[in-house]
Design a binder for this molecule. Structure first.
Ligand code: GNR
Ligand code: NI
Length: 174
């Protein structure tokens, strides 16, 4: 298993739409395993393939609390097939927007249909943090970041700070 480098915004690769997998083959399974290891190492509660530069519709999640048993989920071609009418607000973060957090409003629960690591089609009703996380990850597959759900003022402030950090880092390593 490999720990993969995570792309940090602003980066045009995070804005692209990822392509369906259709069949979970050995290469997709390897990607899922590497993504899970990368997510745990970060640490994070979710990771989408475009965050590691792979434009495939693959996500991994684990919202288990520290000290609890691991609850890894690996999904290819996840699709929201039902969503709550009522919303919930959660303060979100993103490994591609390090050190920035903002309240995001999303449906309180969603039902997701996906292919698991064994290529079996499954459905899962996600509530609470898992509902937030799975919607956040599926957004990544469509080139959407959590900052796209907040005001343009807050979004631009975060993206400007991240760009500045990248520029000063580039100077340091030059
Ligand atoms: O680790 C993560 N934490 C998090 C917290 C609140 C809402 C969403 C997330 S997902 C994030 C990891 C990540 O960037 N996944 O794409
Ligand atoms: Ni994210």
């Amino acid at each position: 298993m490999a720990i993969l480098p995570i792309i940090v915004a602003p980066d045009s690769r995070l804005k692209l739409k990822s392509q369906p997998v259709r069949q979970v083959d050995a290469e997709t399974r390897q990607l899922m395993d590497d993504m899970l290891a990368t997510m745990y190492a970060a640490p994070g509660i979710g990771l989408a393939a475009p965050q590691v530069g792979v434009l495939k519709r693959v996500i991994v999640l684990d919202v288990a609390k520290e000290g609890e048993d691991k609850q890894p989920l690996m999904m290819a071609d996840p699709e929201i097939i039902a969503a709550a009418a009522e919303d919930m607000t959660y303060e979100e973060g993103c490994l591609s927007l390090p050190s920035h957090y903002s309240d995001v409003v999303r449906p309180a629960w969603v039902t997701v249909r996906y292919r698991d690591r064994d290529n079996t089609i499954r459905e899962l009703k996600a509530e609470g943090l898992l509902a937030t996380c799975v919607q956040h990850e599926i957004d990544h597959l469509d080139g959407i970041l959590f900052v796209d759900h907040i005001s343009a003022l807050k979004r631009n402030m975060i993206l400007r700070k991240l760009l500045k950090a990248k520029k000063s880092q580039a100077l340091e390593t030059a």
